[in-house]
Design a protein around this ligand. Structure first.
Ligand SMILES: C[S@@+](CC[C@H](N)C(=O)[O-])C[C@H]1O[C@@H](n2cnc3c(N)ncnc32)[C@H](O)[C@@H]1O
Length: 278
């Protein structure tokens, strides 16, 4: 029984039953994620369109908005945990997740809830999207503060579709347990900055990252390559670097595996990389 304790006095053993507020409350991670009301794809998409209009950047390009759903992100984490290659390490418990171009923060919150990362970082250049992320961060902390004993349990077969409640949790009973219950990550840091301007972000994401996500579907090959150069000498040998639609294409990184997952705009190829070993 959690938190129950036995105190020995000189004559009696005194048993303290946990009161209501001491009991752990374990809920499905997917359910907790979906309880974040401020995380709305439509709100983020419209905010991005409006800001791009003001910036005269309405053509499809790196600022184009799209999201990786909770289910897809947790399956990417699971793929790595399943030993993506024989010598591959699992993502450390208490590691760091970094989303480069984090939008309104969906993958950052998905990572924070689905896996016991110590720190989750999001870096986004569009102010309106960053602001939505900050509102969600406030809601997230409010919810966690209200439930100091809340723990979440992740499962693999969660829905890939965050945007449609009707098919979510339809096969709850068959859900396969991903990891033991854990407290959602409390250290979430969102920065409004360019991912290429590393000095603008006080957190040293390059040396700390254990998993880097780059939703790169609308990035140019040159932009992706610049990130390879920016990260290569700093990241750990064990850091995973995930890209979408295009793989890292130099000798610096090795491709470990590919997948195809549902995103907000349809299916996309997902590429898992690690620094090439000498
Ligand atoms: C396709 S969205 C991905 C959003 C989020 N990562 C997800 O998967 O749900 C790409 C995001 O990258 C942002 N972005 C593009 N160039 C950037 C840059 N140089 N620095 C920071 N963010 C950038 C865009 O504004 C956009 O929000």
């Amino acid at each position: 029984m959690p938190n129950a304790r036995l105190e020995q006095t000189s004559r009696f053993g005194v048993f303290h039953a946990p009161n209501e507020s001491e009991l752990e409350q374990i809920i499905d991670a997917d359910t907790f994620f979906k309880s974040l009301d401020t995380l709305s794809y439509d709100t983020a998409r419209v905010a991005s369109i409006n800001e791009r209009k003001v910036k005269n950047q309405t053509k499809v390009g790196p600022l184009t908005y799209g999201e990786a759903p909770y289910g897809s992100l947790s399956k990417m984490i699971q793929r790595i945990q399943d030993r993506i290659q024989n010598d591959a390490e699992p993502i450390p418990i208490n590691g760091t997740f970094v989303d480069l171009g984090s939008g309104a923060g969906r993958p950052v919150f998905a990572a924070a809830i689905s896996y016991p990362f110590e720190t989750c970082i999001g870096i986004e250049i569009m102010e309106s999207l960053h602001n939505i992320g900050m509102s969600t961060l406030e809601e997230y902390h409010t919810k966690l503060n209200k439930e100091p004993n809340l723990m979440v349990q992740s499962s693999i077969n969660c829905s890939n579709n965050d945007y449609n409640d009707s098919d979510s949790n339809s096969d709850d009973d068959d859900d396969e347990v991903l990891i033991t219950p854990h407290r959602p990550t409390s250290d979430i840091q969102l920065y409004c900055a360019s991912i290429y301007d590393v000095d603008a972000v006080p957190y040293n994401w390059r040396t700390n990252a254990d998993l880097i996500l780059l939703n790169s579907t609308c990035f140019t090959k040159d932009m992706i390559h610049e990130l390879e150069l920016l990260t290569y000498s700093f990241i750990k040998d064990s850091t995973y670097f995930i890209t979408f639609s295009e793989c890292l294409n130099s000798d610096l990184f090795e491709l470990l595996a590919t997948d195809r997952f549902e995103m907000s705009w349809g299916e996309a190829d997902v590429y898992y990389h690690r620094k090439r070993r000498a």
